[in-house]
Ligand binder design. Structure first.
Ligand code: UDP
Length: 376
């Protein structure tokens, strides 16, 4: 066992790769992370009130991928939490995604009924329609409804979240939250959903708990490279950081959106009805998270976080969301072309691939890359 593998980043992507290499190939793996904890942005911890806090915002696991589910189940059990989101629309707490429940929550019954009938005539029941497509209506009532949904749910939220209107963000982003011709109030319809019973950090800790895996925290990869040049020279590198950082930004910086969480502790049992309430049209934050809902934590207090979106700035905040655009894709591709000249260096993960992955897709991509590189 002489080959060393260096994995940069201990989030879902890096930790999945680390585990697969350590276990299936019986090779040595060093996981290097610049943060002072493992698990990347899925990191969580129990605070002094016994409430599991998701430090970087709510993480709800959901997948239809059997392979991903059985891989993760080796390290944790999940509860049966199914996420529901409500938004404050004209002061009314209403289901998001907009669905038949929302219709009756926000409109008088006679109007809701008329709209429901027209919707059922035009669309198949249970269909998910992206808002930008839903706006293409010729019936006056449905035009009114489409305008309502666009204005009240998407326009201001997306402007706060991305700094531009829904028409100027990649369609796949707003399509994550479609108009849903259904009475299913859940945010996700995946077969498997839930929160790891002991949290995400514990899940990742168990993934990394293998005799072949060494974890180095508080260490920037550039610094690690300087201090361990011989090791790095001969190792395979699996890099889940941002590709521009790997190349010291020589072709320019890839932009990201970031978020800033303002935490508050309240002396009451619950602050809000749901784990996540969206505020598309009020305030400067996009949503409020209340953490005790996720694992049904018992405490006389409750902890919430108000989520404010901002641009990512190096040294100031964290990278959260790649910004899909033609220009950014071109810059990313230029870095990938540079990477082709390197031997044994692989980029993956939300930052390494510059793709808006959910946790399950991050795991799936790491498994695929492992199989591809090692013909496994
Ligand atoms: N979105 C919106 N209003 C909402 C919820 C979502 O306009 O109430 C749009 C917004 O552009 C957001 C995107 O849908 O960035 C995806 O939302 P999702 O909840 O999937 O984002 P995440 O939880 O990954 O931040």
């Amino acid at each position: 066992m002489s080959q060393t593998n260096i994995i940069v980043g201990s989030g879902f992507s890096g930790s999945t790769m680390a585990r697969l290499i350590a276990e299936k190939l019986d090779e040595k793996v060093v996981v290097v992370d610049k943060k002072d904890h493992i698990a990347g942005n899925s990191y969580d911890y129990r605070d002094e009130n016994g409430i599991m806090i998701h430090k970087y915002g709510s993480h709800i696991f959901h997948t239809n991928n059997e392979k991903v589910w059985s891989f993760l189940k080796q390290f944790t059990d999940f509860n049966t939490y199914m996420h529901e989101v409500v938004g404050i629309l004209d002061g009314i707490e209403a289901q998001i995604p907009f669905n038949f429940t929302t219709l009756y929550q926000v409109f008088p019954e006679t109007l809701a009924k008329r709209l429901e009938e027209k919707l059922l005539k035009k669309f198949e029941y249970n269909k998910k329609v992206p808002i930008l497509e839903f706006q293409k209506q010729d019936d006056e009532d449905l035009k009114f409804l489409a305008e309502y949904v666009y204005e009240k749910i998407f326009l201001n939220y997306t402007t706060k979240q991305w700094g531009v209107s829904p028409k100027d963000v990649d369609g796949a982003v707003t399509a994550r939250v479609p108009v849903y011709l259904s009475k299913d109030n859940r945010y996700f319809q995946d077969k498997y959903q839930g929160i790891p019973l002991e949290g995400y950090a514990k899940l990742v800790e168990k993934m990394l708990d293998h005799p072949n895996i060494e974890v180095v925290l508080n260490k920037d990869f550039a610094e690690f490279k300087k201090e361990n040049s011989d090791l790095v020279k001969n190792a395979r590198i699996f890099y889940t950081g941002s590709i521009d950082e790997f190349f010291d930004y020589k072709l320019g910086k890839l932009p990201y959106r970031s978020v800033n969480f303002k935490f508050e502790t309240h002396n009451r049992d619950f602050y809000q009805t749901h784990a996540c309430i969206n505020y598309p049209n009020n305030y400067d934050f996009t949503r409020i998270h209340e953490y005790k809902h996720y694992l049904n934590d018992k405490s006389e207090k409750t902890v919430i976080a108000k989520e404010y979106s901002e641009f990512f700035e190096l040294g100031k905040n964290e990278r959260y969301y790649p910004i899909a655009s033609e220009e950014n894709a071109k810059l990313y591709q230029k870095y990938l072309d540079e990477a082709k000249n390197l031997k044994d260096v692989y980029f993956f993960g939300r930052l390494g691939d510059y793709k808006y992955y959910n946790m399950d897709l991050a795991v799936a991509r790491a498994i695929e890359l492992f199989e591809e590189v090692f013909n496994a």
